[in-house]
Design a protein around this ligand. Structure first.
Ligand code: AMP
Length: 181
């Protein structure tokens, strides 16, 4: 089983991923978490990624695709994958299809967590991560709209997209996701 958690920064992807991976016994792959770990380890990848992350820009497709390929190869014990924060561009979505194809896998559902901009900004400011300052947040939302939103259409066309209202309580959102997949 392959589930993609989709949504803007601050929509609650990480929180729902933690619940879903337990419930469905899926290998959680969060590109944001993996990148932060690489930055922490001061690896070559981390050093290349950091400047993009600090600016709220996307890390290059090549780096991300290579990174996720490696993670998928080394993590195929569980029931499947729960992808969180990936794909974020059409190129990444196409590369993902290819990777899954090669492993006789396919996406089962793309869960889109829908939250209004004002709520997102409030949530991100409360979270207070390194890159959660007013300036970077504004840019990340802009980048999301320009580069990431088009994949929603891509997955809608493929009949994979499920829209879930993301500003209910954590439990309510989780219940609605489970009901719909
Ligand atoms: P996130 O934790 O998902 O909000 O990701 C934090 C930062 O990591 C983003 O602002 C990007 O700079 C970078 N990042 C995470 N996932 C991706 C991706 N799939 N493609 C490009 N950049 C990414």
């Amino acid at each position: 089983m392959v589930i993609v958690l989709f949504g803007p920064p601050g929509a609650g992807k990480g929180t729902q991923a933690d619940l879903l991976k337990e419930k469905l016994d899926l290998q959680h792959l969060s590109t944001g978490d993996i990148l932060r770990e690489e930055v922490g380890n001061r690896s070559e990848l981390g050093l290349s990624a950091k400047k993009f992350m600090d600016a709220g820009e996307l890390v290059t497709d090549e780096l991300i695709i290579e990174m996720i390929k490696n993670k998928m190869i080394s993590n195929h014990k569980k029931n499947g994958f729960l992808l969180d924060g990936f794909p974020r561009t059409i190129s990444q979505a196409e590369a993902l299809d290819e990777m899954l194809n090669e492993n006789s896998l396919k996406i089962d559902k793309v869960v889109s967590l829908e939250v209004e901009d004002d709520d997102l900004i409030e949530r991100l400011l409360l979270r207070g991560r390194n890159d959660d300052n007013k300036e970077t947040i504004t840019n990340r939302l802009e980048v999301y709209k320009n580069q990431t939103l088009p994949i929603k259409e891509y997955y809608t066309q493929l009949g994979l997209l499920i829209r879930i209202k993301g500003n209910d309580s954590i439990e309510e959102v989780f219940k609605n996701i489970i009901k719909s997949i």
